[in-house]
Design a protein around this ligand. Structure first.
Ligand code: R5P
Length: 289
C-alpha cells in the first residue's frame, strides 16, 4: 500500500494521485514559527512502505523547498522504506549554466539538496540545455511530459488550429503537440534582454489570418514571452488566440495581462491557478505504477 502525502502547494494533486494509485492520502501539517522558520508534522507516528511526497515548488519556491527537505528526512525517520518526491513543478532548474562569471548553477545544487529522496519525478522540468533530469539527479531523476494531455485538450477543444511556439526551446512542447494533433505549427525566435524584456518577431509569411492560434510553451511566468506574439498575431488577423502551458506561474499579474491582450489561457494543474484545467494526475500515476 502506497501512501501519498500532500505538501502545502499540492494537496489537490496528491488527493487525485492517491485515488488513482488506490493508495492512502495524508496531509502534512505545516506551520510557521514566529521567526519565520517552518514546522512540519506528519499526522501519524509511524510510516511504512513507499511514501510519495507531492509538492509543487511554486508559489513560494524557497519555503516549499525547505518543506520538502524537512518532510523527506522526517518520512525516512518515521519508517518509510522508499521516499519519492513528485514535484509537478520543480524549481531552481532555470539557472542551468554560469551565464555570468561567479553565478551559481542552481540546477546541479538541487540534486544535492534533494539527495535524501530515492526518486525525484518532475513534470516537464526546465531542461533547455540538457536532455534529461538524469543528467542532474543521476538514476534517481525521472521526468514525465504533459505534451500528451495538452494535445488531447487541443484535439477536443480547437478542431482546426495553428500551433505557435514562442521560442526555439518551446519546440519540444509546441512541435510535439502539433504533431500529435496533426496540425501545422510555427516556431518563433525570441531574444531575451532581461526577465521582463523579450523581443519576438512573428513573420508575415506565417499564415494565421482567420485562424485559431494556440501558443504553446512549458511555462508562463511574467507572460512577456507570450504577450509579444499575441499583439503581432492579432495584427496579422488571427481569429482566436489561446495561450497554453504546462506550468502557469503567472507572476506580476501575468494572467490578467494575457487576458487583457485578448487571449484565452489554459494550463496543466502542476501549479494551482484559476486556469489549471488539464490534469497531470493520470500521467504521474502511470509513472509511479
Ligand atoms: C523560457 O525559456 C521558457 O520556456 C518560457 O518561455 C519562459 O520562462 C516564460 O517566461 P515569461 O512568461 O516570464 O516570459
Amino acid at each position: 500500500m502506497r501512501c501519498v502525502v500532500g505538501l502545502s502547494n499540492s494537496v489537490h494533486l496528491a488527493i487525485e494521485l492517491a485515488r488513482k494509485l488506490h493508495g492512502s492520502f495524508l496531509k502534512l501539517s505545516v506551520k510557521k514559527f514566529p521567526d519565520g522558520e517552518l514546522y512540519v508534522r506528519f499526522p501519524q507516528e509511524r510510516l511504512s512502505g513507499d511514501v510519495i511526497l507531492v509538492q509543487s515548488m511554486y508559489p513560494n519556491p524557497n519555503e516549499s523547498l525547505v518543506e520538502v527537505v524537512l518532510a523527506g528526512h522526517t518520512a525516512r525517520e518515521l519508517g518509510a522504506r522508499r521516499v519519492v518526491l513528485v514535484a509537478p513543478y520543480l524549481a531552481y532548474l532555470r539557472q542551468d549554466k554560469r551565464f555570468k562569471s561567479g553565478e551559481c548553477v542552481s540546477n546541479k545544487i538541487m540534486a544535492k539538496i534533494l539527495a535524501s529522496f530515492d526518486e525525484v519525478i518532475a513534470v516537464d522540468p526546465h531542461l533547455h540545455r540538457i536532455r534529461s533530469l538524469r543528467e542532474i539527479f543521476g538514476a534517481r531523476g525521472r521526468h514525465v511530459s504533459a505534451v500528451g494531455v495538452l494535445a488531447e485538450f487541443v484535439k477536443q477543444h480547437f478542431s482546426s488550429c495553428v500551433i505557435v511556439g514562442p521560442d526555439v526551446e518551446s519546440a519540444q512542447w509546441a512541435g510535439v503537440v502539433a504533431r500529435m494533433v496533426g496540425c501545422s505549427f510555427v516556431i518563433l525566435k525570441k531574444k531575451r534582454y532581461s526577465a521582463r524584456v523579450v523581443r519576438i518577431k512573428v513573420s508575415t509569411k506565417d499564415s494565421v489570418r482567420g485562424k485559431t492560434v494556440v501558443l504553446v510553451d512549458d511555462m508562463i511566468s511574467t507572460g512577456h514571452t507570450l504577450l509579444e506574439p499575441i499583439r503581432q498575431l492579432k495584427r496579422l488577423g488571427a481569429k482566436r488566440i489561446v495561450c497554453m502551458a504546462v506550468h502557469g506561474l503567472f507572476v506580476e499579474g501575468a494572467l490578467k495581462k494575457l487576458r487583457d491582450a485578448g487571449a484565452e489561457v489554459i494550463t496543466a494543474n502542476t501549479i494551482v491557478n484559476p486556469v489549471a484545467k488539464i490534469s497531470v494526475a493520470g500521467l504521474l500515476a502511470e509513472a509511479l505504477k
